[in-house]
Ligand binder design. Structure first.
Ligand code: SF4
Length: 322
């Protein structure tokens, strides 16, 4: 472990407070600081979300779904966050004219069947505020499902109460995506929060970020996904960390991520293996290890998780459509 002096910590914190919002969690085992050295490749924030915003507070990359920013506040401010651009000096919650404009946008486009509430962390809003937002959204005929992206089950599990789940149930189908990046983030409190959600009929998916020095090994990722499925959370995505000012030291190579996914395949339950993806301005791109080796006459050659080669009979068939 790298230890630094109190004076150096104090100086660093003061510099960082001018750049980033900061909050110390209730159980700060080890407090880590963003890196101050910034490389040439790092951006202050990814531009794609700004480009893909048809109305303020909406991000749209796909034809049938949108993300709506519910707030710019979070219970903790993650070092690897892609949304550091949010002005957190003042609170921007989803209400008033801003919300009306977003509702009008959704109502006017019948292609939108899936709305994700994101942030910041939407669970910074109280139950009454979320009830109003979810109620308005679910009253739109063509909106078929609602999703909430939140780190709260990990960062502030006490926020998940039976009353909160009862409120969510009024607006079914509601799906929740959370973010556990390391098995040590799973505590008895977060387990209770997840139990409460699942007992209330709210499915929970997990989206991890691949972070160098934190979870960039097969062993840690295996431990994480096994712990998640024990809690009945589906490991859904593993994001490639993106080069962002102050967090470049977290970025692994894509080859590292591919090796991790290859290391999971065959060694744990199939649905415990997340889809490794890169988020781009054109949507998420799956990053898949290669198992297919191509055609070999009337066979297709492929490799199993253990490296064994399989040849599947696969003759070229003439299409006989009339
Ligand atoms: S909780 Fe989510 S939005 Fe908030 S700082 Fe962490 S990653 Fe960013």
């Amino acid at each position: 472990m790298h230890l630094i002096s109190y004076e150096k910590i104090k100086k660093t914190v003061h510099v960082l407070l001018d750049i980033f919002r900061y909050r110390i969690p209730p159980h700060p085992g080890i407090v880590c600081f963003p890196q101050l050295s910034i490389t040439r490749k790092a951006e202050a924030f990814p531009l794609s979300e700004v480009i893909n915003s048809p109305v303020p507070g909406v991000i749209r990359v796909y034809p049938d779904r949108i993300a709506v920013i519910a707030t710019n506040r979070c219970p903790v401010y993650c070092r690897h966050c892609l949304r550091k651009r949010f002005n957190r000096d003042r609170t921007e919650d989803l209400k008033g004219d801003r919300f009306e404009r977003i509702l009008a946008y959704i109502r006017s486009d019948t292609n939108i069947r899936d709305v994700l509430l994101t942030g910041g962390d939407p669970l910074m809003l109280d139950d009454g505020e979320l009830d109003t937002i979810l109620g308005e959204l679910s009253s739109i005929g063509h909106v078929e499902i609602l999703r909430i992206g939140t780190r709260v089950p990990c960062t502030w599990p006490e926020r998940v109460t039976e009353d909160f789940v009862k409120m969510l149930k009024k607006h079914q189908p509601v799906w929740m995506s959370t973010q556990f990046n390391h098995p040590r983030e799973i505590t008895p409190d977060s387990g209770r929060a997840i139990d409460c959600l699942i007992a209330g009929g709210i499915p929970v998916n997990n989206q991890s970020v691949l972070l160098r020095g934190v979870n960039d090994s097969v062993d840690i990722m295996l431990e994480l996904v096994r712990a998640l499925v024990r809690l009945r959370i589906r490991p859904y995505y593993l994001y490639q960390a993106q080069t962002l000012a102050g967090t470049e030291h977290f970025v692994t190579s894509i080859e590292t991520g591919l090796d991790i996914i290859r290391g999971l395949r065959g060694w744990t339950t199939g649905f415990a293996i997340p889809q490794y993806v890169l988020d781009t301005p054109f949507g998420k791109i799956p990053l898949n290890p290669q198992y297919l080796r191509g055609r070999d006459g009337d066979f297709f050659k492929m490799t199993s998780y253990s490296g064994k080669v399989w040849r599947e009979y696969n003759p070229l068939i003439q299409d006989t459509k009339e």
